[in-house]
Ligand binder design. Sequence first.
Ligand SMILES: Cc1cc2nc3c(=O)[nH]c(=O)nc-3n(C[C@H](O)[C@H](O)[C@H](O)COP(=O)(O)OP(=O)(O)OC[C@H]3O[C@@H](n4cnc5c(N)ncnc54)[C@H](O)[C@@H]3O)c2cc1C
Ligand code: FES
Length: 508
Amino acid sequence: MNAENEHSRSIWMDHPGTGETPALAGDLTVDVLVIGSGIAGLSCAYELVGSGHQVAVVDRGLLGRGMTARTSAHLSFEIDDFFEELRSLRGEEACRQYYESQCAAVDRIEEICRQEAIDCDFVRVDGYFVPATEKDVDYLRKELDAAHAAGFADVEWVDSGPAAWRQGPALRFPRQGRFHPLKYLDGLVRNLRVRGVNLYTETSIVGLEEKDDRVKAKTASGNTITAARAVVATNTPFHLRIPIHTKQAPYRTYVVAGPIPKGAAPDALIWDTLEPSYHYVRLQPGHDKDMLIVGGEDHKTGEAGDMDERLSRLEAWARECFPELGPIAHKWSGQVFEPSDYVPFMGKSPGYERVYIITGDSGEGLTTGVAGALLIRDLIDQGASPWAAVYDPDRLMLRGAVEFVKENVDAAKHWMAHLQGGEVSSLDDIRPGEGALIKLDGKMTAAYRTNEGELKLCSASCTHMGCILRWNPFERCWDCPCHGSHFSTDGEPLQGPAFSPLSKVEAG
Ligand SMILES: Cc1cc2nc3c(=O)[nH]c(=O)nc-3n(C[C@H](O)[C@H](O)[C@H](O)COP(=O)(O)OP(=O)(O)OC[C@H]3O[C@@H](n4cnc5c(N)ncnc54)[C@H](O)[C@@H]3O)c2cc1C
Ligand code: FES
């Protein structure tokens, strides 16, 4: 199981998968083990098999059905938190490395689509950064300067934005891209199979240790995978308790999509300056009509329960900007990890010699996932990468310290929730289809009542580091506000870093 098993369905999930893939049924020895089959893991497998390694990929869910199935799939070189912010925090060299790696990632996707004949609707489009209010126009000037300094020389100021709703100035980012993420991943899977890569689904890794120049990975069903190296591409690293998790914070983000007549919205990527969470817009082409995809309304995981209001606001904004938008056909949410200095953690895992990680995706994990695959291939094959410094997972983050402290104070607060009372005082207060925290025998319990009235009771203590979970009424799962784990109503882990199920509680 994984995030595929959360309640909402994205526009991409209608796409049929690549057929049956078995679970690992015995021990395995391989050159490189890739854990996770999202864009990061499958891209790593593709790059490593291409440079001559024998590779196996395992996933605890179906192939490619983690957060990559919940994306909006903009392929942009712009950094989620903007070049101006990165320049202030980490300087121009970091911006240059970031820009180069993101350009290389979109080029690589385009090249792979061509080489492997993957038909995934990939096209290059313009990206537009638009001010949410008049007073944000000045910020655009700063961002233009920072983007140029990063090496993105052809970003330009345009006096009129991309669509009727945005007549004022904007920045135009040429050569961005869009694609259908699951068609792309399915193309990679087909190619990996032909090249002899073993792929396993429903295979959860629950332990990772280095011994005698080898990495040993334990699966939940008791098998051992022995590899010379392992890549942890599980969106957030399951094998680490403290490192990394204190340097990034989980955020839920929301998307609505509906049909729109051809020509009524530009085939472009659009994002605005709205704080604390910007809107992001793109088209997915259809036969008679296109689909307009609009995202935003982010909040820190576990800190909101008003998902319906957020989705309504998103729809209202989309209708105001694009009056020809038809009925909303898809509403979904997903989660991203925001690193406190804006840049993902990609490279050698803290505390390990033979294990590599890709995490800290922010809203650009498709391109950073592909860049991470190129970086890790170079680290494994050549011992160096031109982008190693900017993404170094072990980097000191003194200059991101304010964000770092804030996010960790929040985590401590969620751990202290053990000491508080529950949200309801009686199980009878929980209506069908709802979940709530309740204290039973002095222990905080995650209680869910099915539509049929059956109660499901689990410990509310996250199996990663013990923070108290929160009910997510939209995805009908339990979210951990500390480091972003999600659990099903049966207590099964759906999203890391947790990999163990919640313990069951008997009704008294
Ligand atoms: C709503 C939304 C919009 C977004 N929009 C954009 C965008 O426009 N552009 C962009 O670039 N990015 C965007 N992102 C971010 C991007 O989609 C993600 O960062 C990216 O898809 C993550 O890929 P991944 O391979 O790291 O993780 P995943 O796709 O989650 O893959 C990780 C895999 O690891 C598996 N796994 C986890 N733990 C284990 C374990 N212990 N054992 C075995 N397997 C395990 C999971 O089952 C999963 O399949 C968006 C994200 C969301 C949620
Ligand atoms: S994810 Fe770390 S405590 Fe829950």
